[in-house]
Design a protein around this ligand. Structure first.
Ligand code: RUB
Length: 309
């Protein structure tokens, strides 16, 4: 697959979900490196930086994307030939991909510990790592049941119920607006995330914050599964996570929209859930309260304020 193919698949959401986007970007940089024909290391670096920018332009919200790209491109720092740079790039890309898969497995084990026998779990959207926690708890023999939302407008809930069904987990499929109505039946809510800010708030699929609010009201704990590369270093200096607004046609058919000239369709793909509504963030380094997000950014991602000046 060419760099542009990967970029197109991320934009169109054929490749979607923050973890998969990040791994696809690392893979695309690794493969693109092998196609760059130059013996000049600076020209090589420049072309790889351009390739990183092409991938970055695909979707703005999942911070796993810039984190993966930075990790891979940074590896070329001390190299003095294009061969060395290519090798460093390939090694870093492989490491990112392997560490990412390993992180999902570790979080699954940690998340499963927070799920009790008999729990009914609510999830929203289609998060590989949140599902991994649920499926691991089931694998351990815990009798669990899941409520999964439909996830308008792109129906990622369909992917979720297929995965849960394949795992043999009893699942209730509900429309997004039914989440509060069923909250009394829920013991805990588990979601993934596209970005964790330094203040512990998390960005996830549109609708998450409404459901989290309903969970908070009902004192249902909210667990957010987040590999450390989903933490956003730039939020340390007050930068906001950009919220992607997608094409109106995902919400309202163009043929209908054209008959309604006074109607404007808004289609934000994500929203922000405040740290106050979050009980724990499950990372591969352990489960932390949202207030400890800064420690992950500093100690595990290695960013300090000075790096951002
Ligand atoms: C996906 C989404 C997922 C997170 C986490 O949105 O909001 O909850 O990306 O997913 P979209 P994962 O479908 O618009 O990409 O745990 O798989 O990284």
């Amino acid at each position: 697959m060419t760099l542009q193919d990967t970029a197109d698949k991320i934009s169109s959401m054929e490749i979607r979900g923050a973890g998969k986007i990040a791994r696809a970007a690392a893979e695309a940089l690794r493969d693109h490196g092998t196609t760059v024909q130059t013996a000049d290391v600076d020209a090589f670096r420049k072309e790889m930086k351009r390739a990183g920018d092409v991938l970055l332009a695909t979707r703005p919200t999942a911070v796993s994307l810039p984190n993966a790209i930075n990790f891979v491109l940074k590896s070329m720092g001390d190299t003095s030939t294009s061969e060395e740079a290519l090798e460093a790039l390939a090694t870093a890309a492989e490491k990112f991909i392997e560490d990412s898969k390993d992180a999902v497995a570790r979080i699954a084990a940690i998340g499963a510990r927070h799920i009790r026998d008999g729990d009914t779990i609510l999830t929203h959207c289609n998060s590989q790592v949140a599902l991994a926690c649920i499926i691991e708890a089931h694998r351990q023999g815990k009798q669990i049941e899941v409520f999964a939302t439909e996830v308008r407008p792109r129906n990622q809930g369909l992917l979720t119920i297929k995965a849960l069904n394949a795992a043999g987990i009893t699942t209730n499929y509900i429309v997004d607006s039914a989440a509060r109505s069923f909250m009394r039946e829920i013991d805990c809510m588990i979601i993934g995330t596209d970005a964790v800010a330094v203040n512990g708030s998390v960005v996830n699929k549109i609708g998450t914050s409404q459901i989290a609010l309903a969970a908070h009201e009902a004192r249902v704990p909210l667990l957010v599964a987040a590999e450390t590369y989903k933490f956003a270093p730039r939020t340390m200096t007050g930068a906001l996570i950009p919220i992607e607004e997608r094409n109106p046609s995902e919400v309202l058919d163009d043929a209908i929209a054209v008959t309604l000239p006074h109607v404007r369709v808004r289609n934000p793909a994500f929203d922000i859930t405040p740290a106050d509504y979050i009980d724990l963030i499950l990372t591969e380094k352990g489960a932390i309260p949202p207030e400890m997000a800064y420690l992950i950014i500093r100690e595990h991602l290695g960013w300090t304020i000075d790096d951002l000046r």
